[in-house]
Design a protein around this ligand. Structure first.
Ligand code: NAG
Ligand code: NAG
Length: 470
Protein backbone atom coordinates (compact mmCIF):
# COMPACT_ATOMS: atom_id res chain seq x y z
CA UNK A 1 0.00 0.00 0.00
CA UNK A 2 1.28 3.41 -0.95
CA UNK A 3 1.28 5.28 2.30
CA UNK A 4 4.22 6.84 4.01
CA UNK A 5 3.06 6.24 7.51
CA UNK A 6 2.06 2.62 7.76
CA UNK A 7 4.09 2.12 10.86
CA UNK A 8 1.71 4.36 12.78
CA UNK A 9 -1.26 2.19 12.09
CA UNK A 10 -0.76 -0.23 14.93
CA UNK A 11 1.32 1.57 17.50
CA UNK A 12 -1.25 3.63 19.33
CA UNK A 13 -3.49 2.77 22.23
CA UNK A 14 -4.72 6.24 22.98
CA UNK A 15 -8.41 7.16 23.35
CA UNK A 16 -9.57 3.60 23.75
CA UNK A 17 -8.35 2.60 20.32
CA UNK A 18 -10.58 4.82 18.22
CA UNK A 19 -9.00 5.99 14.98
CA UNK A 20 -10.06 9.02 12.99
CA UNK A 21 -9.82 9.10 9.22
CA UNK A 22 -10.20 12.30 7.26
CA UNK A 23 -10.85 12.38 3.52
CA UNK A 24 -10.72 15.95 2.11
CA UNK A 25 -11.70 17.25 -1.33
CA UNK A 26 -8.68 18.75 -3.10
CA UNK A 27 -9.62 22.42 -3.42
CA UNK A 28 -7.67 24.79 -1.18
CA UNK A 29 -10.53 25.91 1.09
CA UNK A 30 -11.63 22.31 1.63
CA UNK A 31 -8.13 20.91 2.18
CA UNK A 32 -7.49 23.56 4.78
CA UNK A 33 -10.74 23.14 6.70
CA UNK A 34 -10.29 19.40 6.98
CA UNK A 35 -6.68 19.80 8.03
CA UNK A 36 -7.75 22.23 10.75
CA UNK A 37 -10.36 19.71 11.82
CA UNK A 38 -7.69 17.01 11.91
CA UNK A 39 -5.61 19.09 14.31
CA UNK A 40 -8.62 19.87 16.46
CA UNK A 41 -9.48 16.18 16.82
CA UNK A 42 -5.86 15.19 17.27
CA UNK A 43 -5.58 17.63 20.18
CA UNK A 44 -8.06 15.36 21.97
CA UNK A 45 -5.54 12.56 21.70
CA UNK A 46 -6.99 10.57 18.86
CA UNK A 47 -4.75 9.20 16.12
CA UNK A 48 -5.80 11.08 12.97
CA UNK A 49 -5.17 9.88 9.43
CA UNK A 50 -5.47 12.35 6.54
CA UNK A 51 -5.80 10.60 3.19
CA UNK A 52 -5.28 12.15 -0.24
CA UNK A 53 -3.05 12.32 -3.27
CA UNK A 54 0.51 13.19 -2.25
CA UNK A 55 0.43 16.44 -4.18
CA UNK A 56 -2.72 17.63 -2.37
CA UNK A 57 -1.48 16.59 1.06
CA UNK A 58 1.63 18.61 0.35
CA UNK A 59 -0.52 21.57 -0.72
CA UNK A 60 -2.52 21.36 2.51
CA UNK A 61 0.68 21.32 4.57
CA UNK A 62 2.62 24.10 2.87
CA UNK A 63 -0.34 26.43 3.09
CA UNK A 64 -1.47 25.40 6.56
CA UNK A 65 -2.62 28.62 8.08
CA UNK A 66 -1.60 29.32 11.66
CA UNK A 67 -1.05 25.66 12.49
CA UNK A 68 1.69 24.67 14.84
CA UNK A 69 4.28 22.39 13.11
CA UNK A 70 4.16 20.16 16.17
CA UNK A 71 0.42 19.70 15.78
CA UNK A 72 0.89 18.93 12.09
CA UNK A 73 3.56 16.36 12.84
CA UNK A 74 1.06 14.35 14.85
CA UNK A 75 -1.24 13.86 11.83
CA UNK A 76 -0.59 10.67 9.84
CA UNK A 77 -0.61 11.70 6.20
CA UNK A 78 -1.33 8.92 3.72
CA UNK A 79 0.20 10.13 0.48
CA UNK A 80 -1.38 8.27 -2.41
CA UNK A 81 0.53 8.66 -5.69
CA UNK A 82 -1.79 10.52 -8.09
CA UNK A 83 -2.61 9.29 -11.57
CA UNK A 84 -1.60 11.71 -14.29
CA UNK A 85 -4.10 14.51 -14.69
CA UNK A 86 -4.13 17.65 -16.82
CA UNK A 87 -3.27 20.86 -14.97
CA UNK A 88 -4.11 23.63 -17.46
CA UNK A 89 -4.05 27.36 -16.83
CA UNK A 90 -7.36 28.89 -15.80
CA UNK A 91 -9.28 30.68 -18.51
CA UNK A 92 -9.75 34.28 -17.38
CA UNK A 93 -12.07 34.97 -20.31
CA UNK A 94 -14.57 32.19 -19.61
CA UNK A 95 -18.16 33.40 -19.45
CA UNK A 96 -18.69 31.33 -16.30
CA UNK A 97 -16.33 31.89 -13.36
CA UNK A 98 -16.48 28.33 -12.09
CA UNK A 99 -12.87 26.98 -12.23
CA UNK A 100 -13.47 24.44 -14.93
CA UNK A 101 -9.72 23.95 -15.36
CA UNK A 102 -9.61 22.13 -12.01
CA UNK A 103 -12.07 19.46 -13.11
CA UNK A 104 -9.36 17.00 -14.26
CA UNK A 105 -7.76 17.10 -10.80
CA UNK A 106 -11.17 16.47 -9.23
CA UNK A 107 -12.14 13.69 -11.63
CA UNK A 108 -8.82 12.06 -10.75
CA UNK A 109 -9.97 11.69 -7.13
CA UNK A 110 -12.34 8.89 -8.16
CA UNK A 111 -9.23 6.70 -8.37
CA UNK A 112 -8.82 7.09 -4.61
CA UNK A 113 -11.66 4.66 -3.91
CA UNK A 114 -9.47 1.53 -3.95
CA UNK A 115 -6.58 2.88 -1.86
CA UNK A 116 -8.99 4.50 0.63
CA UNK A 117 -10.93 1.25 1.04
CA UNK A 118 -7.68 -0.61 1.73
CA UNK A 119 -6.52 1.89 4.33
CA UNK A 120 -9.93 1.91 6.01
CA UNK A 121 -9.90 -1.90 6.22
CA UNK A 122 -6.46 -2.01 7.63
CA UNK A 123 -7.01 0.64 10.28
CA UNK A 124 -10.44 -0.77 11.15
CA UNK A 125 -8.94 -4.20 11.79
CA UNK A 126 -6.55 -2.62 14.30
CA UNK A 127 -9.07 -0.38 16.04
CA UNK A 128 -12.12 -0.81 18.20
CA UNK A 129 -13.87 1.77 16.04
CA UNK A 130 -13.02 4.06 13.16
CA UNK A 131 -14.57 7.47 12.68
CA UNK A 132 -14.48 8.56 9.06
CA UNK A 133 -15.04 12.25 8.35
CA UNK A 134 -15.24 13.19 4.69
CA UNK A 135 -16.06 16.06 2.39
CA UNK A 136 -19.47 15.50 0.74
CA UNK A 137 -17.63 15.75 -2.59
CA UNK A 138 -15.65 12.62 -1.66
CA UNK A 139 -18.67 10.41 -0.91
CA UNK A 140 -18.00 8.24 -3.95
CA UNK A 141 -14.46 7.58 -2.76
CA UNK A 142 -15.44 6.51 0.77
CA UNK A 143 -18.50 4.43 -0.17
CA UNK A 144 -16.87 1.14 0.91
CA UNK A 145 -16.94 2.31 4.52
CA UNK A 146 -20.56 1.08 4.55
CA UNK A 147 -19.29 -2.48 4.61
CA UNK A 148 -16.99 -2.01 7.58
CA UNK A 149 -18.93 -2.94 10.72
CA UNK A 150 -16.86 -0.86 13.13
CA UNK A 151 -16.86 2.30 10.96
CA UNK A 152 -18.99 5.37 11.68
CA UNK A 153 -19.13 7.99 8.96
CA UNK A 154 -19.70 11.76 9.14
CA UNK A 155 -19.95 14.49 6.50
CA UNK A 156 -17.98 17.68 6.98
CA UNK A 157 -19.57 20.60 5.11
CA UNK A 158 -17.25 23.37 4.03
CA UNK A 159 -20.18 25.69 3.24
CA UNK A 160 -22.77 27.19 5.63
CA UNK A 161 -25.92 25.46 6.88
CA UNK A 162 -27.85 28.36 5.31
CA UNK A 163 -26.73 27.30 1.86
CA UNK A 164 -26.82 23.53 2.41
CA UNK A 165 -30.19 23.41 4.18
CA UNK A 166 -32.04 25.70 1.79
CA UNK A 167 -30.58 23.95 -1.26
CA UNK A 168 -31.52 20.56 0.14
CA UNK A 169 -35.00 21.82 1.02
CA UNK A 170 -35.48 22.96 -2.59
CA UNK A 171 -34.07 19.72 -3.96
CA UNK A 172 -36.46 17.67 -1.85
CA UNK A 173 -39.40 19.64 -3.23
CA UNK A 174 -39.90 21.95 -0.21
CA UNK A 175 -41.21 19.18 2.04
CA UNK A 176 -42.23 21.42 4.94
CA UNK A 177 -43.05 25.03 5.64
CA UNK A 178 -40.28 27.49 6.33
CA UNK A 179 -41.41 30.74 7.82
CA UNK A 180 -38.68 32.81 6.27
CA UNK A 181 -39.02 35.62 3.75
CA UNK A 182 -35.55 34.85 2.49
CA UNK A 183 -36.70 31.75 0.63
CA UNK A 184 -38.52 34.04 -1.81
CA UNK A 185 -35.45 35.61 -3.35
CA UNK A 186 -32.77 32.98 -3.34
CA UNK A 187 -30.66 32.55 -6.45
CA UNK A 188 -30.82 29.11 -8.01
CA UNK A 189 -27.68 27.04 -8.57
CA UNK A 190 -27.92 27.74 -12.27
CA UNK A 191 -24.74 29.40 -13.50
CA UNK A 192 -22.92 28.51 -10.27
CA UNK A 193 -21.36 25.26 -11.50
CA UNK A 194 -20.42 23.75 -14.84
CA UNK A 195 -22.29 20.80 -16.29
CA UNK A 196 -19.29 18.56 -15.50
CA UNK A 197 -19.26 19.65 -11.89
CA UNK A 198 -22.99 18.98 -11.57
CA UNK A 199 -22.39 15.48 -12.86
CA UNK A 200 -19.51 15.01 -10.46
CA UNK A 201 -21.63 16.22 -7.54
CA UNK A 202 -24.54 13.94 -8.44
CA UNK A 203 -22.21 10.95 -8.47
CA UNK A 204 -21.33 11.85 -4.86
CA UNK A 205 -24.88 12.42 -3.63
CA UNK A 206 -25.72 8.77 -4.35
CA UNK A 207 -23.28 7.82 -1.59
CA UNK A 208 -24.45 10.33 1.01
CA UNK A 209 -27.14 8.11 2.49
CA UNK A 210 -25.44 6.15 5.24
CA UNK A 211 -23.65 8.78 7.31
CA UNK A 212 -24.37 9.11 11.04
CA UNK A 213 -24.07 12.88 11.19
CA UNK A 214 -23.01 16.13 9.60
CA UNK A 215 -20.59 18.72 10.81
CA UNK A 216 -20.60 22.34 9.69
CA UNK A 217 -17.77 24.78 9.88
CA UNK A 218 -20.22 27.38 11.04
CA UNK A 219 -21.66 28.68 14.28
CA UNK A 220 -25.04 28.42 16.00
CA UNK A 221 -24.67 32.16 16.59
CA UNK A 222 -25.19 32.89 12.92
CA UNK A 223 -26.49 29.71 11.36
CA UNK A 224 -28.81 28.55 14.19
CA UNK A 225 -32.09 28.78 12.27
CA UNK A 226 -30.62 26.87 9.34
CA UNK A 227 -28.92 24.27 11.51
CA UNK A 228 -32.36 23.59 13.01
CA UNK A 229 -33.82 23.38 9.53
CA UNK A 230 -31.01 21.02 8.58
CA UNK A 231 -31.80 18.82 11.57
CA UNK A 232 -35.45 18.36 10.53
CA UNK A 233 -36.20 14.76 9.80
CA UNK A 234 -37.36 15.42 6.25
CA UNK A 235 -33.95 16.85 5.41
CA UNK A 236 -31.55 14.71 7.42
CA UNK A 237 -33.44 11.71 8.84
CA UNK A 238 -31.91 10.79 12.18
CA UNK A 239 -28.51 12.30 11.52
CA UNK A 240 -26.98 14.43 14.20
CA UNK A 241 -25.83 17.92 13.26
CA UNK A 242 -22.95 19.92 14.79
CA UNK A 243 -21.61 23.40 14.06
CA UNK A 244 -18.10 23.56 15.40
CA UNK A 245 -16.80 26.76 13.83
CA UNK A 246 -15.14 29.10 13.95
CA UNK A 247 -11.86 27.76 15.26
CA UNK A 248 -9.49 30.43 14.11
CA UNK A 249 -6.44 31.55 16.00
CA UNK A 250 -8.63 34.42 17.19
CA UNK A 251 -6.12 35.94 19.54
CA UNK A 252 -4.08 36.74 16.46
CA UNK A 253 -4.40 40.53 16.76
CA UNK A 254 -2.54 40.50 20.08
CA UNK A 255 0.48 38.68 18.76
CA UNK A 256 3.51 40.28 17.19
CA UNK A 257 4.68 37.91 14.45
CA UNK A 258 8.42 37.62 14.06
CA UNK A 259 8.54 38.15 10.33
CA UNK A 260 5.88 40.54 9.13
CA UNK A 261 4.61 40.50 5.58
CA UNK A 262 5.26 43.92 4.02
CA UNK A 263 1.55 44.58 3.69
CA UNK A 264 1.18 44.30 7.48
CA UNK A 265 3.98 46.83 7.97
CA UNK A 266 2.13 49.12 5.62
CA UNK A 267 -1.22 48.51 7.33
CA UNK A 268 0.34 49.52 10.62
CA UNK A 269 0.82 53.05 9.26
CA UNK A 270 -2.78 53.55 8.10
CA UNK A 271 -5.65 55.02 10.13
CA UNK A 272 -8.18 52.76 11.81
CA UNK A 273 -10.81 51.15 9.53
CA UNK A 274 -9.45 53.04 6.52
CA UNK A 275 -8.29 50.17 4.29
CA UNK A 276 -10.34 47.91 2.07
CA UNK A 277 -8.85 44.48 1.51
CA UNK A 278 -9.60 43.06 -1.96
CA UNK A 279 -9.15 39.33 -2.60
CA UNK A 280 -11.09 36.70 -4.48
CA UNK A 281 -9.68 33.48 -3.10
CA UNK A 282 -7.76 30.70 -4.81
CA UNK A 283 -10.35 29.59 -7.34
CA UNK A 284 -11.22 32.75 -9.27
CA UNK A 285 -9.63 34.11 -12.41
CA UNK A 286 -10.35 37.62 -13.57
CA UNK A 287 -10.05 38.82 -17.15
CA UNK A 288 -7.89 41.72 -18.34
CA UNK A 289 -10.95 43.94 -18.68
CA UNK A 290 -12.13 43.10 -15.16
CA UNK A 291 -8.71 43.79 -13.68
CA UNK A 292 -8.58 47.09 -15.44
CA UNK A 293 -12.08 48.20 -14.36
CA UNK A 294 -11.42 47.09 -10.79
CA UNK A 295 -8.13 49.02 -10.76
CA UNK A 296 -9.77 52.18 -12.05
CA UNK A 297 -12.69 51.70 -9.66
CA UNK A 298 -10.39 51.43 -6.67
CA UNK A 299 -8.46 54.48 -7.81
CA UNK A 300 -11.67 56.49 -8.27
CA UNK A 301 -12.96 55.47 -4.86
CA UNK A 302 -9.96 57.25 -3.29
CA UNK A 303 -9.91 54.65 -0.53
CA UNK A 304 -6.81 52.96 0.81
CA UNK A 305 -6.57 49.35 -0.33
CA UNK A 306 -4.65 46.09 -0.31
CA UNK A 307 -5.39 44.10 -3.44
CA UNK A 308 -4.34 40.48 -3.79
CA UNK A 309 -3.79 39.93 -7.47
CA UNK A 310 -3.19 36.26 -8.17
CA UNK A 311 -4.54 33.93 -10.78
CA UNK A 312 -6.64 30.96 -9.72
CA UNK A 313 -4.76 27.88 -8.51
CA UNK A 314 -3.97 25.24 -11.07
CA UNK A 315 -4.76 21.58 -10.41
CA UNK A 316 -1.07 21.24 -9.55
CA UNK A 317 -0.14 24.29 -7.47
CA UNK A 318 3.54 23.35 -7.59
CA UNK A 319 3.66 23.92 -11.33
CA UNK A 320 4.88 27.51 -11.36
CA UNK A 321 3.88 28.31 -14.92
CA UNK A 322 1.26 30.96 -14.13
CA UNK A 323 -0.20 34.01 -15.85
CA UNK A 324 1.23 37.34 -14.75
CA UNK A 325 -1.73 39.64 -14.43
CA UNK A 326 -1.12 43.05 -15.99
CA UNK A 327 -2.42 46.26 -14.44
CA UNK A 328 -3.34 49.37 -16.40
CA UNK A 329 -0.36 51.47 -17.50
CA UNK A 330 0.93 53.70 -14.67
CA UNK A 331 -1.62 52.43 -12.15
CA UNK A 332 0.85 51.24 -9.52
CA UNK A 333 2.73 54.55 -9.51
CA UNK A 334 -0.47 56.58 -9.30
CA UNK A 335 -1.81 54.71 -6.29
CA UNK A 336 1.45 54.09 -4.47
CA UNK A 337 0.58 56.44 -1.61
CA UNK A 338 -2.63 54.69 -0.71
CA UNK A 339 -2.76 51.25 -2.25
CA UNK A 340 -0.65 48.14 -2.45
CA UNK A 341 -0.78 45.10 -4.69
CA UNK A 342 0.12 41.69 -3.29
CA UNK A 343 1.06 39.05 -5.83
CA UNK A 344 2.18 36.33 -3.45
CA UNK A 345 0.33 34.42 -0.71
CA UNK A 346 -1.28 37.08 1.50
CA UNK A 347 -1.65 36.69 5.28
CA UNK A 348 -5.42 37.12 4.97
CA UNK A 349 -6.36 36.44 8.56
CA UNK A 350 -3.78 38.89 9.92
CA UNK A 351 -4.94 41.50 7.44
CA UNK A 352 -8.56 41.05 8.48
CA UNK A 353 -7.58 41.11 12.15
CA UNK A 354 -5.72 44.40 11.75
CA UNK A 355 -7.46 47.48 13.11
CA UNK A 356 -6.67 49.49 9.99
CA UNK A 357 -8.74 47.14 7.84
CA UNK A 358 -12.29 48.43 7.55
CA UNK A 359 -13.76 46.37 4.71
CA UNK A 360 -13.26 43.26 2.61
CA UNK A 361 -14.17 43.02 -1.06
CA UNK A 362 -14.67 39.30 -1.37
CA UNK A 363 -15.98 36.57 -3.64
CA UNK A 364 -17.74 35.23 -0.52
CA UNK A 365 -16.19 31.79 -0.43
CA UNK A 366 -17.08 30.36 2.96
CA UNK A 367 -13.50 30.44 4.33
CA UNK A 368 -13.23 34.13 3.62
CA UNK A 369 -16.68 34.72 5.10
CA UNK A 370 -15.83 32.99 8.38
CA UNK A 371 -12.55 34.83 8.64
CA UNK A 372 -14.21 38.16 7.97
CA UNK A 373 -17.10 37.53 10.38
CA UNK A 374 -14.77 36.42 13.14
CA UNK A 375 -12.54 39.45 12.72
CA UNK A 376 -15.57 41.76 12.57
CA UNK A 377 -14.90 43.11 9.08
CA UNK A 378 -17.85 44.08 6.81
CA UNK A 379 -17.96 42.63 3.32
CA UNK A 380 -18.42 44.11 -0.16
CA UNK A 381 -19.72 40.99 -1.90
CA UNK A 382 -18.72 40.05 -5.41
CA UNK A 383 -19.90 36.45 -5.83
CA UNK A 384 -18.16 34.49 -8.58
CA UNK A 385 -19.42 30.88 -8.55
CA UNK A 386 -20.45 27.82 -6.50
CA UNK A 387 -22.09 28.60 -3.14
CA UNK A 388 -21.05 32.25 -3.35
CA UNK A 389 -24.30 33.60 -4.77
CA UNK A 390 -26.24 32.08 -1.88
CA UNK A 391 -23.62 33.18 0.63
CA UNK A 392 -24.03 36.74 -0.63
CA UNK A 393 -27.73 36.72 0.20
CA UNK A 394 -26.86 35.33 3.60
CA UNK A 395 -24.27 38.05 4.30
CA UNK A 396 -26.19 41.02 2.99
CA UNK A 397 -29.84 40.15 3.75
CA UNK A 398 -29.77 37.78 6.71
CA UNK A 399 -26.72 38.74 8.73
CA UNK A 400 -26.59 42.28 7.31
CA UNK A 401 -22.81 42.48 7.70
CA UNK A 402 -22.11 43.42 4.12
CA UNK A 403 -23.40 45.01 0.94
CA UNK A 404 -23.41 43.84 -2.65
CA UNK A 405 -20.51 45.19 -4.70
CA UNK A 406 -21.48 43.29 -7.80
CA UNK A 407 -24.90 41.71 -8.35
CA UNK A 408 -24.88 38.01 -9.15
CA UNK A 409 -27.73 38.64 -11.60
CA UNK A 410 -25.40 40.91 -13.58
CA UNK A 411 -22.56 38.40 -13.76
CA UNK A 412 -22.54 38.30 -17.54
CA UNK A 413 -22.49 42.06 -17.99
CA UNK A 414 -19.20 43.95 -18.21
CA UNK A 415 -17.72 45.16 -14.93
CA UNK A 416 -17.79 48.95 -14.58
CA UNK A 417 -15.23 50.97 -12.69
CA UNK A 418 -17.83 53.57 -11.70
CA UNK A 419 -20.03 51.01 -9.97
CA UNK A 420 -17.07 49.56 -8.10
CA UNK A 421 -15.94 52.99 -6.93
CA UNK A 422 -19.44 53.80 -5.71
CA UNK A 423 -19.85 50.57 -3.75
CA UNK A 424 -16.41 50.80 -2.21
CA UNK A 425 -17.26 54.31 -1.00
CA UNK A 426 -20.63 53.14 0.29
CA UNK A 427 -18.90 50.57 2.45
CA UNK A 428 -15.92 52.65 3.53
CA UNK A 429 -17.37 56.11 4.07
CA UNK A 430 -21.11 56.39 4.30
CA UNK A 431 -23.60 56.18 7.18
CA UNK A 432 -24.89 52.96 5.60
CA UNK A 433 -21.36 51.52 5.63
CA UNK A 434 -20.85 52.60 9.25
CA UNK A 435 -24.06 50.86 10.26
CA UNK A 436 -22.94 47.65 8.54
CA UNK A 437 -19.48 47.89 10.09
CA UNK A 438 -20.99 48.26 13.54
CA UNK A 439 -23.03 45.13 12.99
CA UNK A 440 -20.00 43.24 11.70
CA UNK A 441 -17.97 44.30 14.74
CA UNK A 442 -20.68 43.10 17.11
CA UNK A 443 -20.84 39.78 15.30
CA UNK A 444 -17.05 39.45 15.49
CA UNK A 445 -17.10 40.06 19.26
CA UNK A 446 -19.79 37.45 19.77
CA UNK A 447 -18.07 34.87 17.59
CA UNK A 448 -14.74 35.32 19.31
CA UNK A 449 -16.41 34.84 22.69
CA UNK A 450 -18.12 31.68 21.43
CA UNK A 451 -14.75 29.96 21.18
CA UNK A 452 -13.91 30.43 24.84
CA UNK A 453 -14.55 27.80 27.47
CA UNK A 454 -18.32 27.50 27.92
CA UNK A 455 -18.96 29.26 24.59
CA UNK A 456 -21.24 27.71 22.02
CA UNK A 457 -18.50 26.77 19.52
CA UNK A 458 -16.52 25.03 22.23
CA UNK A 459 -19.64 23.22 23.47
CA UNK A 460 -20.42 21.92 19.99
CA UNK A 461 -16.94 20.61 19.31
CA UNK A 462 -16.84 19.01 22.78
CA UNK A 463 -20.20 17.43 22.02
CA UNK A 464 -18.90 15.98 18.76
CA UNK A 465 -15.82 14.60 20.50
CA UNK A 466 -17.94 13.10 23.28
CA UNK A 467 -20.22 11.54 20.68
CA UNK A 468 -17.45 9.80 18.76
CA UNK A 469 -15.79 8.62 21.96
CA UNK A 470 -18.87 6.62 23.01
C1 NAG B 1 -13.36 26.81 9.51
O1 NAG B 1 -12.98 27.74 8.55
C2 NAG B 1 -12.03 28.68 8.97
C3 NAG B 1 -11.85 29.67 7.87
O2 NAG B 1 -11.25 29.12 6.79
C4 NAG B 1 -10.76 27.95 9.34
O3 NAG B 1 -9.75 28.84 9.73
C5 NAG B 1 -11.09 26.98 10.44
O4 NAG B 1 -9.95 26.30 10.82
C6 NAG B 1 -12.14 26.04 9.95
N1 NAG B 1 -12.49 25.09 10.97
C7 NAG B 1 -12.44 23.79 10.74
C8 NAG B 1 -12.81 22.89 11.85
O5 NAG B 1 -12.11 23.34 9.68
C1 NAG C 1 -8.40 36.74 -23.06
O1 NAG C 1 -8.81 37.84 -23.87
C2 NAG C 1 -7.80 38.81 -24.10
C3 NAG C 1 -8.42 39.93 -24.91
O2 NAG C 1 -9.46 40.51 -24.21
C4 NAG C 1 -6.63 38.20 -24.85
O3 NAG C 1 -5.62 39.16 -25.03
C5 NAG C 1 -6.11 37.03 -24.04
O4 NAG C 1 -5.10 36.37 -24.77
C6 NAG C 1 -7.22 36.04 -23.73
N1 NAG C 1 -6.68 35.04 -22.81
C7 NAG C 1 -6.90 33.74 -22.94
C8 NAG C 1 -6.22 32.85 -21.96
O5 NAG C 1 -7.63 33.28 -23.81
Amino acid sequence: MATNNNNHVTNFKKQDNISIIIVPFPAQGHLNQLLQLSCLISSHNFPVHYIGFSIHNRQAKVRANGLDPLELSRIHFHDIPPPEFASPLPNPNASMKFPEHLQPSWDATLALRGPVAEILQEIASNSRKIILVHDPLMAYVIQDAQNIPNAETYIFNCIPAFTVSLSRWEEKGKPSMIDDEITKNLPSWEGCLTEEMFKFAIKQVEHCNFQAGEIFNSSRLIDGVYLDLMAREELSGTRKIWAIGPILPVKISNQEPVRKHYCLEWLGKQPENSVIYVAFGTMTSVSEEEVSELAIGLEQSKQRFIWVLRDADKGNIFDKDVRKIELPEGFEERVQDYGIIVRDWAPQLEILAHKSTGGFMSHCGWNSCIESFTMGVPIAAWPMHSDQAMNTVYITQVLKVGLVAREWAQREEPVEAGAIAKNVQRLMESPEGDEIRKKAEELGDALRKSIDEGGVARMESDSFIAHITK
